[in-house]
Design a protein around this ligand. Structure first.
Ligand code: F6P
Length: 542
């Protein structure tokens, strides 16, 4: 007898609905002339349209039943109330406190965490203002360039958001170094003046090998011409003891607590480079957008709740329809790094095989997430999206307006392309239409059939579209918090802990053990012969 009969029953209805949906044509669902209205939701000025999916009324009821049976709402409330829902690390999950501008306390173990959060935020703002105004100087004058040295969550959030908010960037130039590959560092340092460069060492643990190696090399680069390189360094970390050992004085350390996961950390000190780029006022707008999405997530009914709907559509496609991947396709060039950011957010959070209690997950983990901005992707991999034998649910994103009024016709083309893709994926092109096209090109007989078949689009390929007015700091905050909560809801329903990342550890351990071998020293005894062969080649390629 299962310990969760309601949940088992909800999964059974979910799978029954998915089975029914397999033979359904999405386009036929639009016989309901109100379908677009009924299968879309609006919140905070954004529109989420999921009508171009196989989900009908009964399927949606089954999905909502799954959310109820998995107790999504009480798990959500537990997260916001500081419960230690990150079981394997025995931690609370309170990154939402970093964007809590409401004045309402956030309690953890009987203590309000907000005074500490707000104090750090005020210190960040004061420092960012000093850098932007030239009051904080490098050894050669006002800061012209900022390098954020970090990786994973200590890089992707600020790097993605700084690029996304280019129209708001009026502070010093910002650069991001993440890879231990010296090419990354060399290309960033090329042309920079150490005397006017601020170095932000961003690492929650302050032990990550890539970041510590890059930071040490940057300090070496600075020390060639500067008397005191550390005077131009800032640390963002929760390991304040390690930062002190490193030699950065407390006034230039911005700390955060272990209840902020790396991939959820852009809202706090890890966002310092973004704050220096766009200024404290716009950074506060970004936080306000995230906070507004938190309120929506906490108060909207399940059926109108954007993060819940995104999560349910995700489960429907991966667990229900067995589509292995999903593509995130922002028709917003400045969101070029969003797919990479979401890959960490989604796959590091929900790419797991075991449940919180160690049992195998009954319905698998989250999907593979990938993507590129449109329209570029259209001229690369959209061929497969339209005619390949794998079906990839597509998540389009598009703003009503851009930032280049003199180039408004570009934006019109962008919007038209975005809408055309979701329409084409769904409607496709029939064999008879393809035959007509081939005939009009002068083909006949067997050649006509061969040509026609290659012009057939099966269609019936699902997509969703998230539309928003314009990519402002507030809207970006809304979108990121939307995806964070989507990941959380999917994780709750799948029964996993979205907030640990044990899967990254093994590779790190092995890299440490293999480093001596790469340097030409003795191989570890248990090393596989393939690894040995590769190491030998890489030491002496011939
Ligand atoms: O290796 C994975 C990871 O731990 C991520 O979860 C994290 O965002 C990244 O490394 C960087 O970690 P840190 O901020 O501690 O350097």
């Amino acid at each position: 007898m299962s310990a969760h009969p309601d949940l088992d029953a909800a999964w059974a209805s979910f799978f029954a609905e998915a089975d029914r949906a397999r033979t359904r044509r999405i386009a036929d669902l639009f016989d309901d002339s109100d379908r677009a209205m009924h299968f879309s939701a609006r919140a905070l000025g954004m529109l989420f349209d999921y009508s171009k999916t196989h989900i009908d009324g009964a399927a949606r009821e089954a999905l909502l039943g799954l959310a109820r049976a998995a107790r999504v709402e009480s798990m959500r409330d537990a997260m916001f109330s500081g419960a230690r829902i990150n079981g394997s690390e025995d931690r609370a999950v309170l990154h939402t406190a970093l964007r809590n501008l409401s004045g309402v306390p956030v309690m953890l173990d009987g203590e309000d965490v907000m005074p500490g959060v707000l104090d750090t935020l005020e210190r960040m703002k004061a420092f960012a203002r000093d850098v932007r105004a030239g009051r904080f100087k490098g050894q050669g004058g006002a800061i012209t360039d900022v390098i954020n040295v970090g990786i994973g969550g200590s890089d992707l959030g600020p790097a993605m958001a700084t690029r996304a908010l280019t129209p708001f960037h009026d502070g010093p130039r910002c650069h991001f170094v993440s890879n231990v590959d010296s090419a990354d560092l060399a290309d960033v340092l090329d042309g920079l003046d150490p005397a006017t460069t601020l170095v932000i060492i961003a690492s929650k643990t302050f032990t990550t090998i890539e970041t510590m190696t890059n930071a040490a090399s940057i300090l070496n680069w600075m020390s060639v011409s500067l008397a005191d390189p550390a005077a131009q360094c800032v640390a963002l970390s929760s390991a304040t003891d390690l930062v002190a050992e490193f030699g950065i004085p407390p006034e230039r350390v911005f700390g955060f607590e272990d209840w902020v996961g790396g991939r959820y950390s852009v809202w706090g000190p890890i966002g310092l480079s973004l704050m220096i780029a766009i200024g404290p006022k716009d950074f506060t707008e970004f936080l306000a957008g995230g906070a507004a999405m938190d309120t929506h997530f906490r108060t909207a009914s399940l059926a109108d709740n954007l993060p819940v709907l995104l999560a349910l559509v995700g489960l429907w496609h991966h667990q229900g329809m067995s589509f292995q991947t999903r593509a995130v396709l922002p028709y917003e060039h400045r969101l070029a790094r969003l797919p990479a950011y979401l890959q960490q957010l989604e796959m590091e959070s929900n790419g797991k095989r075991a449940a919180q209690d160690g049992q195998s997950l009954p319905h698998g983990s989250g999907p593979i997430v990938w993507g590129e901005p449109g329209t570029n992707g259209q001229h690369a991999f959209f061929q497969l999206l339209h005619q390949g034998t794998e079906i990839v649910p597509c998540e389009f994103m598009i703003g009503a307006e851009g930032y280049e009024p003199d180039l408004a016709h570009h934006h019109r083309l962008l919007v038209a392309n975005c809408l055309a893709q979701s329409e084409a994926l769904m409607t496709g092109r029939s064999l008879s239409d393809a035959r007509e096209i081939a005939a009009s090109m002068g083909f006949s007989g067997d050649k006509l059939m061969a040509q026609a078949e290659q012009r057939v689009f099966e269609g019936n390929r699902p997509s969703t579209t998230l539309a928003y007015p314009r990519l402002t700091p507030r809207v970006l905050g809304q979108i990121l918090a939307l995806y964070e909560h989507r990941v959380f809801v999917e994780g709750v329903i799948l029964g996993l802990n979205s907030f640990d990342q044990w899967g990254v550890e093994l590779g790190k351990e092995l890299a440490k053990r293999l480093e001596p071998l790469v340097a030409g020293k003795a191989p570890p005894e248990d090393m596989n012969q393939s690894t040995g062969l590769l190491a030998a080649y890489l030491r002496a390629p011939k």
